[in-house]
Design a protein around this ligand. Structure first.
Ligand code: NAD
Ligand code: ZN
Length: 318
């Protein structure tokens, strides 16, 4: 694949900062980058499904095809998962090599900047569509890029009131632009009391946990109605104490861990939503930069101010 645009993920920031997780997981030298779109430059001899010139993105989680889960059709939780851009050379480069089975051919109607962020958008779509959403009240805890996308997806799929919590002011403003009905700053007000008051004391039907923050997770469960669904995508860096008796068992709550994107159900759903023009993700996009300027781009993201920054290894678009 000749990379057109590659987007910087929160995981790339962790690796760039070389935190404990990165030190344990990354085996340098490796080229990072797992959110991208590009054009097929050359296909292997036995590849039939894609051709040179195709506009594509890809599922960067490579599954083994033979473990227990793979055989059950649950490739996204394969026991032998490898990730391009983490375990193997990724898309912060002019070219990236990807197994044909992982390529996702794109309708040319999908704009290039959207095509570059299908990986995190897929995380959002997977989480939102992991249960009923139409007509449901929703709480999104954490409005980073994926939380922001989840707000747009929930709205596009017919959710009713969407509440969101976020401690960062800049991101609260973005959440508003993405269609949040009630945006709350849990550092300044009692978010749970507010949500209960606004739902007649019932709580929300659906919790989409997008922060990984222990307090946000606990508040999310408190704001969930009895019989509700909690879908957890955010990755905490420590164990999180939960009141299982009151917040899960007596509530009869359904709790789901969400990992990656379903292969390839999520991709089908996501492209259908984009093609129907249902998702306006424009507020998300920050700057575009040539790949050589990556240091400035990472610095801006570390400051928490930029939206999605796209890097262009083969020259900026005109
Ligand atoms: P992010 O770190 O940019 O966003 C998290 C947001 O949560 C930030 O805006 C932060 O200000 C906010 N936050 C922190 N404390 C909060 C609190 N107490 N209340 C409300 N909001 C709070 O991350 P992202 O890239 O948007 O990803 C979201 C989460 O999903 C991260 O934890 C990431 O590691 C995880 N993730 C999981 C998967 C998966 O497959 N499960 C895939 C990608 C990312
Ligand atoms: Zn497997």
């Amino acid at each position: 694949m000749r990379v057109k645009a590659a987007s910087i993920c929160g995981t790339d920031l962790h690796i760039y900062g070389w935190d404990r997780w990165s030190q344990g997981r990354i085996r340098p030298p490796v080229t990072l980058g797992h959110e991208f779109c590009g054009v097929v430059e050359r296909a292997g001899e036995k590849v039939a499904a894609v051709m040179a010139g195709d506009f594509v993105s890809a599922e960067m989680h490579i599954n083994c095809g033979h473990c227990h889960q793979c055989r059950l059709g649950e490739a996204h939780i394969c026991q032998n998962l490898r990730i391009i851009g983490i375990d193997e050379d990724g898309a912060f480069a002019e070219f990236v090599k990807i197994p044909a089975a992982n390529i996702w051919r794109l309708d040319p109607a999908i704009p290039e900047h959207y095509a570059a962020i299908l990986d995190p958008l897929g995380n959002a779509v997977h989480t939102v569509l992991a249960g009923a959403i139409a007509g449901q009240t929703v709480l999104v805890t954490g409005c980073g890029p994926i939380g922001l996308m989840a707000i747009a997806v929930a709205k596009a799929c017919g959710s009713s009131t969407v509440f969101a919590t976020e401690t960062n002011e800049h991101r609260r403003a973005m959440a508003k632009k993405m269609g949040t009905d009630v945006i709350l700053n849990p550092a300044a007000e009692n978010a749970v009391a507010r949500i209960l008051a606004e739902t007649g004391g019932t709580g929300v039907d659906v919790l989409l946990e997008m922060s990984g923050n222990p307090t946000a997770i606990q508040q999310g469960f408190k704001a969930l109605r009895a019989g509700g669904r909690a879908s957890l995508l955010g990755i905490p860096t420590e164990s999180v104490p939960l009141d299982l008796v009151n917040d899960v068992i007596f509530k009869g709550a359904t709790v789901q861990g969400i990992y990656g994107r379903r292969m390839f159900q999520t991709w089908v759903q996501m492209t259908a939503l984009l093609k129907a023009g249902r998702l306006n993700l424009d507020p998300l996009f920050g700057e575009r930069a040539a790949l050589e300027k990556f240091e400035e781009a990472f610095a801006r993201l570390q400051g928490g101010l930029a939206g999605k920054i796209l890097l262009y290894p083969n020259g900026l678009p005109r």
